[in-house]
Write a protein that binds this ligand. Structure first.
Ligand code: EPZ
Length: 416
């Protein structure tokens, strides 16, 4: 089983280019099935989740062509094949095939989705929305069978502004007869990215990015074309790394408005940086201040950055707290960093971090995707060598992470 071998305490300098966003791309590929024939998606990150989604496209008899980060999909011969467990359980985003196949065929059969073990992660809001649109939902063993005579517009209120439910219901309502209004919708950039793709194929959608989205059902959608937004979580991850061990480290190709909450928290910690257009230059902060983080839906501090940010707070002078409001158990990486010398206490959904601490390299097992990123940063500031096992989880969401870090001087490599 291959592992990551990381030598710590190296100063990093050079430029890291940000890739396309995982959480946009994993929704755009299923969304392409709404096109009667062809669609194009640019800036697709080369990550494991995309590989799995392409396996599902193949099972559905889709034709596709990948040319570097550009993906062309043709659904003229699409077959509504049941999506098997060994694929649907590989990631959470497989559930987006529910919305697109239900819209196109009025029927979809798919096994339960997977995803990082960071909480219960039910999909009750998705199901409630499908039913509001006129669908019948059955669960047989661990499979969803969703059917509809006809899909009609509906007013759907989301009890929680769920990213997945918002996107899935935009997909499912695209061919519904009449108008669908999604209230208390999620406002994450991924929603805007998917809506712009649907609009490019002829959908009539307004309000994406606000908490009320209106979708007028269409007769036919085709010839979609879009570009995956830059990954705001990947960009933020490398920016935090720059504050830990950078020397004029440059991170290029992000959208500032997508990461303002992270930049604000870095300012509160006393971190200095320079931003020019879509490039930030950042160096190690020698006197890190404490701050308090509370994860929120967009535009608040993103839950996907919570674990990575705790590594910075472990080096701050004093006591910081992190309150995780989105998921029930997303502190596993903090427990592992404690075994490296961290001093973090968990009480309910609050993590109290005492710093600054010195971390020591260790052999660790990556617990989840973003926890894996946190362990990579911890290893890069630790004394000695760290080995990280279960790197498949990390490669799910960070394109070329080993090469990108090697290019700026990190002593990191994959070993058997
Ligand atoms: C997306 O997950 C992302 N995943 C997550 O990123 C991200 O953390 C999350 O949005 C919030 O930004 C993908 O886009 C593939 P939610 P999603 O529906 O859609 C509860 C990463 O590391 N909920 O907004 O699953 C749910 O349990 C991953 O890249 C319900 O209760 O997020 C969770 O506690 C991790 N019922 C909260 O809402 C539902 O029907 C947020 O879920 C749906 C969600």
């Amino acid at each position: 089983m291959s592992k990551l071998k990381i030598e710590g305490n190296n100063c990093l300098t050079g430029t890291i280019n940000v890739s396309g966003a995982k959480n946009s791309a994993v929704a755009l590929l299923p969304a392409a099935l709404l096109c009667k024939n062809s669609s194009k998606i640019y800036n697709v990150p080369k990550i494991r989740d995309i590989e799995y989604l392409i396996k599902i496209l193949k099972i559905l008899n889709c034709d596709y062509k990948i040319n570097d980060n550009a993906l062309e999909i043709n659904t003229a011969n699409l077959k509504n094949t049941p999506i098997p467990e060994e694929l649907s359980e590989q990631m959470r985003a497989s559930y987006y095939f529910m919305g697109s196949l239900l819209a196109r065929f009025k029927k979809v059969e798919i096994s339960f989705p997977g995803g990082c073990h960071i909480g219960a992660r039910p999909i009750d809001l998705h199901i409630k929305g499908f039913k509001a649109l006129g669908a019948n939902v059955e669960i047989i063993k661990n499979k969803y069978i969703i059917t509809a005579e006809k899909l009609h517009g509906a007013r759907i209120y989301l009890d929680f502004p769920s990213v997945g439910a918002t996107i899935n219901l935009m997909l499912a309502s695209s061919y519904a007869e009449g108008t669908t209004i999604i209230e208390n919708a999620a406002r994450e950039p991924e929603i805007v990215n998917v809506a712009s793709f649907l609009i490019s194929m002829g959908a009539k959608i307004t309000g994406a990015g606000t908490n009320t989205i209106i979708i007028e059902g269409s007769e036919i959608l085709d010839n979609g074309s879009t570009e995956v937004f830059p990954d705001r979580i990947e960009a933020s991850t490398y920016i935090v790394l720059g504050a830990l061990v950078g020397k004029d480290l440059k991170i290029k190709g992000f959208i500032k408005d997508h990461i303002n909450s992270v930049l604000t928290k870095l300012n509160e910690c006393g971190v200095k940086f320079k931003i020019q257009n879509d490039e930030i230059t950042i160096s190690k902060c020698k006197n890190l201040q404490t701050t308090d983080i509370k994860t929120e839906v967009f535009p608040g501090f993103p839950t996907d950055m919570q674990q990575v940010f705790t590594v910075l707070l472990a080096k701050a002078n004093g006591i910081s707290t992190v309150t995780e409001t989105i998921y029930e158990s997303r502190f596993k990486s903090a427990e592992l960093i404690n075994t490296m010398g961290g001093n973090m206490k968990i009480k309910d959904n609050v993590l109290t971090i005492h710093g600054p601490v010195e971390l020591k390299g260790k052999e660790l097992y990556i617990p989840d995707l973003r926890g894996g990123a946190a362990l990579v940063l911890a290893a890069l500031i630790a004394d000695g060598t760290t080995y990280l096992d279960n790197i498949t989880l990390l490669l799910r969401g960070y394109e070329d992470i080993v090469e990108k870090l090697q290019n700026v001087g990190a002593k990191i490599k994959i070993v058997e």
